[in-house]
Design a protein around this ligand. Structure first.
Ligand code: GDP
Length: 481
């Protein structure tokens, strides 16, 4: 067993053989029915007829065998398949695994599944194959959860982060911090347990510095939660600005297709329009909002309210201004409502000022923005009409998202809410222990906090888990995984 597998015996009993359709149901070239457990190969032998020989041999492992699935009761051919055999322990679950690569589409896969279920396999629950991989010690819990994240990844960066988690990046980081805390705990407890004997006193200065180091590392991990959430749900990006500056045109240009209605009448974009896209592998959820202009029109006022709300709820704001028009009170109001750290001021309609240099326009724009509010604004000039400057804007979006917390996409990222909560809990407990040390509180109380921190971290990798929690985690998987 890998470190981190549950020691609890009743958590690891997998005596039956499970089966499920592992590919998405619907028309497709191939579909896979997967089976895992002690009877997997025996059941396959009953229902599978190889085309060129009589039976499967014991040496058949990590191979594909061409043949047919036969319904042994009716004696009829069910489908023409390729059979993949992966014998224990070198398989996804560490059990005998058999996969029928049948024709795609609902009917063929369901028929093959029905035949193997009739021969004694049980229908797998969602996530049960991955759960077995965990229970049989092939992967730890954080790695198992990354499998669900890989399946659900909506962008290439999210996929990369999940793959790194599967390789054990996050688990390694968490284990290292947990080991440090357990070391601290052991040293304090030794003085409690053997206080009468000749045990050295706790070195409190060293304890404090170890706890500080652990807290720092947890803080580093927590900083990645923003990116993790962004990778999972997309960076909510609001395109704001007064009517007619070109918000909808910019949205369309970024999406490179017509989505929102573009018109010459100010204030037509009343509802918000949301679209997903990817910039540098980061999923971006673009929100185009109604103009911020104060209006007497009730419908438009609703739109204006939405626009201001969009700024509040956005991770990133693209504040659009019209380079060809003088700054208005509305422009200043928009900028005053945004946070310079997560805003890019986009000067649009650059094509109307073709005689002016980019640098000159950028400098002017920066000065105008700084006059509204000091904050080192990021500024970009573009033309939604011609597409000029859009690559620079995309690069700036990427810089802003990663730059907010100084994160690298190559480091482990806290992507799952469960992990974020547990790391935050651990950090809080470490901080409590640290202040206990500084205030000279009783050792027992300090130990309790350190134990709570180690316990929270243990739940990430699976060292500290109950059967209920494991069931809850795996039930969120899709069927057949
Ligand atoms: P919104 O109200 O801010 O969403 O603005 P729209 O996207 O509806 O654009 C308002 C008007 O400005 C339309 O006539 C667009 O064609 C025009 N427009 C938008 N972007 C540009 C640009 O980069 N250059 C020029 N010349 N016109 C633009």
């Amino acid at each position: 067993m890998v470190p981190g597998s549950p020691a609890d015996e009743h958590l690891s009993a997998t005596s039956d053989t499970i089966a499920a359709i592992s590919t998405a149901l619907g028309p497709g070239a191939i579909g896979i029915v997967r089976m895992s457990g002690p009877q997997a190969i025996a059941i396959a032998e009953k229902v599978f007829r190889p085309a060129t020989r009589r039976t499967l041999g014991p040496a058949d492992t990590f191979c594909l065998v061409y043949g047919h699935v036969i319904d042994p009761c009716a004696g009829e051919v069910v489908d023409e398949v390729l059979l993949a055999v992966m014998r224990a322990p070198r398989s996804y679950t560490r059990e005998d695994v058999v996969e029928f690569h049948c024709h795609g589409g609902v009917a063929a896969q369901r028929s093959v599944l029905r035949v193997v279920l009739a021969q004694g396999a049980r229908l797998a629950q969602p996530g049960e194959f991955t759960k077995r991989a965990f229970l049989n010690g092939r992967i730890d819990l954080a790695q198992a959860e990354s499998v669900a994240a890989i399946v659900g990844a909506r962008s290439s960066a999210a996929l990369r982060a999940a793959l790194r988690q599967l390789e054990g990046g996050l688990s390694g980081r968490v284990r290292e911090i947990r080991a440090r805390l357990i070391g601290v705990l052991a040293r304090i407890e030794a003085t409690l347990d053997f206080s009468d004997e000749d045990v050295e006193d706790v070195d409190w200065a060293q304890t404090a510095s170890e706890l500080e180091a652990a807290s720092g590392k947890l803080h580093e991990l927590l900083k990645t939660a923003f990116l993790g959430r962004a990778l999972e749900q997309g960076v909510r990006t609001a395109i704001v600005g007064r009517p007619n500056v070109g918000k909808s045109s910019l949205l369309n240009a970024l999406l490179a297709r017509e989505r929102a209605i573009v018109s010459d009448i100010p204030g037509t974009t009343r509802d918000t329009v949301e679209e997903g896209m990817e910039i540098g592998g980061i999923p971006i959820q673009l929100v185009d909002t109604a103009g911020i202009r104060k209006s007497n029109d009730l419908v438009e006022q609703l739109g204006v309210a939405r626009s201001l709300k969009a700024i509040d709820h956005a991770d990133l704001v693209l504040a659009v201004v019209d380079l060809s028009a003088p700054w208005s009170e509305d422009d200043r109001e928009v900028l005053a409502a945004t946070d310079p750290c997560r805003t890019i001021v986009v000067g649009n309609k650059r094509d109307l000022l073709s005689a002016r240099k980019d640098e000159e326009l950028v400098e002017t724009l920066k000065r105008q923005a700084e006059a509204v509010r000091h904050g080192g604004w990021r500024v970009c000039v573009v033309s939604a009409l011609t597409g000029a400057g859009l690559d620079r804007l995309r690069a700036m979006v990427e810089e802003t998202v990663l730059g907010v917390e100084g994160i690298s996409l190559e480091e482990p990222v806290l992507a799952a809410e469960r992990h974020r909560v547990l790391v935050a809990e651990a950090q809080e407990a470490v901080e409590a222990a640290l202040s206990g040390v500084r205030q000279g509180r009783p050792e027992e109380l300090i130990c309790e906090d350190v134990r709570a921190a180690a316990g929270a971290l243990g739940q990430i990798t699976g060292e500290d888990l109950t059967a209920d929690l494991i069931d809850e985690i795996f039930s969120r998987f899709c069927l057949g995984k």
